[in-house]
Design a protein around this ligand. Structure first.
Ligand SMILES: C[S@@+](CC[C@H](N)C(=O)[O-])C[C@H]1O[C@@H](n2cnc3c(N)ncnc32)[C@H](O)[C@@H]1O
Length: 317
């Protein structure tokens, strides 16, 4: 039986829109519209028990899940929501023991969730360029209890000359221009490794898909996930009037070896519809942009809780 004690995490659950997440500290209490919730009253109770307030209302003392942490995360940036995270984990094949590369830590929502899936043997190496967001993410990752499985780096991989990682199982990208980092990500991914990127608009999705084809990725799929809440009550179950509209598009692919260099130039890449070669003009543009910005490399790595798997052996990527 799991009993609540000092420092236990607890979700004080009143209803779906009123719930409070806290770490139990015996001298603390908080005032709510349903009365005062005293932490000391929770100590010694089993998770799932009721706690009565001074206004004779009650909350349930629930053990928080990763969903609860992510939904109550401090937002520094837009975050990836559980409705998308579930599919990302399934579609990218994320599991225990994997090495994950993430570009665009943001508030650490996706980082925390993915770390909770790859732990205890796996690790998330996450990169961001904004120290302010990195601090927010660090706090959120700590609150979610997965700091041990995450290493945060302050490094712009767009301009980095040497890739700091190799043989990654999965790469997750959440930046405004994900197509720019595809060549770099390719170098760090193992063969057939999964890549996933967030694209809030269709224009971004198009540019990304073209870069994926150009950089020899296959199994390309783009999806949008809409969740509909149902209000289920006896005799009057119906869709909720509230709901989230469009949030973002998700794009998945796998690293492959098209063998273009070994083929004659007239030969076409594999015959999947989405794997048509993009117009050279656009691809050249993004390649130029990458090269141009490569001269301004900033290298700074913070908070290394675990060493990245850097080896100097060069591999064909
Ligand atoms: C939308 S947020 C990511 C949100 C995150 N997926 C989450 O669930 O909390 C995008 C992040 O990408 C970062 N970013 C922008 N350009 C970057 C770059 N070149 N390398 C790494 N991170 C970058 C921004 O600082 C920002 O924190």
């Amino acid at each position: 039986m799991a009993k609540i004690k000092q420092n236990s995490p607890v979700l004080f659950f009143y209803n779906n829109s009123k719930k409070w997440l806290a770490k139990i500290s015996k001298n603390e209490s908080f005032h709510t519209h349903i009365g005062i919730l005293k932490h000391s009253d929770a100590i010694g109770k089993e998770y799932g028990s009721k706690l009565i307030t001074n206004k004779d209302k009650y909350v349930y003392l629930l053990e928080p899940t990763m969903y609860d942490y992510v939904m109550r995360i401090q937002h520094g940036t837009q975050i990836v929501y559980p409705k998308d995270i579930g599919y990302i984990i399934a579609r990218a094949g994320i599991g225990d023991g994997q090495k994950i590369l993430e570009i665009g830590t943001g508030s650490g929502s996706l980082t925390s969730f993915v770390a909770s899936v790859v732990k205890p043997r796996g690790h998330v190496y996450t990169f961001d360029v904004d120290e302010k967001f990195m601090k927010i993410a660090e706090k959120n990752i700590k609150k979610a209890g997965v700091s041990k499985y995450v290493t945060q780096h302050n490094l712009d991989l767009k301009t980095a000359k040497k890739m700091p990682l190799e043989d990654m199982d999965v790469a997750l990208i959440d930046l405004g221009d994900p197509w720019v980092v595809i060549p770099q990500v390719r170098k760090m991914l193992k063969g057939s490794g999964s890549i996933f990127a967030i694209c809030p608009t269709m224009n971004q999705l198009e540019k990304l898909t073209m870069a994926l084809v150009e950089n020899e990725f296959t199994d390309i799929e783009s999806t949008e996930h809409i969740i509909r809440n149902i209000e289920a009550r006896e005799g009057k179950t119906r869709h909720s009037f509230q709901g989230i509209g469009h949030t973002t598009y998700l794009c998945f692919a796998r690293k492959a070896f098209f063998g273009r260099s070994a083929r004659k130039t007239t030969e076409k890449p594999p015959s999947v519809e989405t794997e048509k070669k993009p117009s050279t003009k656009t691809v050249k543009k993004s390649t130029k942009a990458t090269k141009k910005s490569a001269s301004k490399t900033t290298k700074k790595t913070t908070k290394t809780t675990k060493k990245p798997a850097k080896k100097t052996t060069k591999k064909s990527s």
